[in-house]
Design a protein around this ligand. Structure first.
Ligand code: UDP
Ligand code: MG
Length: 314
């Protein structure tokens, strides 16, 4: 078996407290895999500094001086976790046989890197890391995460349950990913669009090795909203259904209004006031929905996502 050139990519934002420990632990895994002849010595650990304002970058530079295994990218400013990951992947996709992305806080169990590499060597182009249980997450985080995945499914977004951004992707998969030109990144749903032979590995989510989370509740909510609006036009379609339902309800209401007028002797002017509100409201929403359908089409067109992906030509 030829040895795999593996690049491990870590987005780092203000991680000065943990960067050294992260490196020590990863280099341990690296040496183990190298001794087992699973990965080649050309494999690298890539730190992507996402515009940190603390000592993160200087610490990365010190690591780089100590070890040839380290590569580093410094982004000009903070552009967020997703963009930082993509920067790492696209910069090095041609040098590596495959890349693994993992958070710098090592909350995702690094012992499964070995399994990921083996799955790649068995012919999988993408290996998704999936969280088994969330023992270290708070009740609130667990429940909101669960609600998030359910909502995404309802909205018709292709998402792998309990998979975040811990994954292995082959150079071939990354070359295809590079053809996706969208700016609103939601990588965990973009990879499933690629197809190819894929598999999952399971692990337990651990505690941060140090420092604090960079994702506030506000950031999480805006990230989920980004996920839905980057992958689904279901919200637009809901407007159409809402409008149609109100419209049909108003038709029933007309029958009731005529009946009340003739039989129940209601106050004068009631039917002629109440009816148009529902009727026009329904029609207006329905029309907004139709416009939404066209906006949905434009939205899909401007993304210019590839229409198909060739796995093999013979
Ligand atoms: N991160 C980043 N840019 C940001 C925010 C976070 O590169 O703007 C990195 C961060 O350094 C970490 C990873 O993304 O390596 C995940 O962040 P964090 O652990 O804070 O998220 P959580 O695990 O709490 O969801
Ligand atoms: Mg984390």
């Amino acid at each position: 078996m030829t040895k795999t050139i593996l690049y491990i990519i870590l987005p780092c934002y203000n991680e000065e407290e943990i960067i050294n420990q992260t490196f020590e632990e990863l280099i341990g895994v690296y040496n183990k895999l190298w001794k087992k002849e699973l990965i080649s010595q050309e494999s690298r650990i890539v730190f992507v500094d996402d515009g940190s304002s603390d000592e993160t970058w200087n610490k990365i530079l010190t690591l780089k001086e100590k070890s040839d295994t380290v590569l580093a990218i410094k982004l000009a400013q903070n552009v967020g976790h997703q963009n930082a990951i993509l920067a790492g992947l696209l910069t090095y996709k041609d040098q590596a046989d495959c890349c693994i992305t993992i958070d710098a806080d090592l909350q995702d169990d690094i012992t499964v890197i070995e399994t990921m590499v083996k799955k790649y060597q068995e012919g999988n182009e993408i290996v998704y890391g999936v969280r088994n249980k969330r023992v270290t997450d708070t009740f609130f985080k667990k429940q909101t995460a669960l609600a998030f995945y359910k909502l995404m499914k309802i909205m018709g977004v292709n998402i792998i349950f309990n998979h975040a951004d811990y994954r292995l992707a082959s150079g071939k998969a990354l070359n295809e990913l590079a053809k996706f030109k969208e700016v609103n990144l939601f990588l965990r749903s973009m990879f499933p669009l690629l197809g190819f032979k894929t598999t999952e590995v399971y692990y337990d989510r651990l505690k941060r090795i140090g420092g604090n989370t960079k994702f506030s509740l506000k950031k999480m909510l805006s990230f989920s909203l980004d996920g839905i609006t980057s992958f689904s036009i279901v919200p637009l379609r809901l407007i159409t259904f809402l409008g149609l339902s109100i419209f049909f309800f108003s038709l029933l209401f007309i029958v009731y209004a005529i009946y009340s007028y003739l039989v129940l002797n209601t106050i004068k002017g009631w039917a002629s006031t109440a009816l148009p509100i529902y009727f026009l409201g329904g029609i207006q929403l329905f029309c907004v929905g139709i416009i939404g359908e066209y906006i949905g089409k434009i939205y899909k067109e401007v993304k210019q996502r590839p229409r198909y992906i060739v796995e093999k030509t013979i």
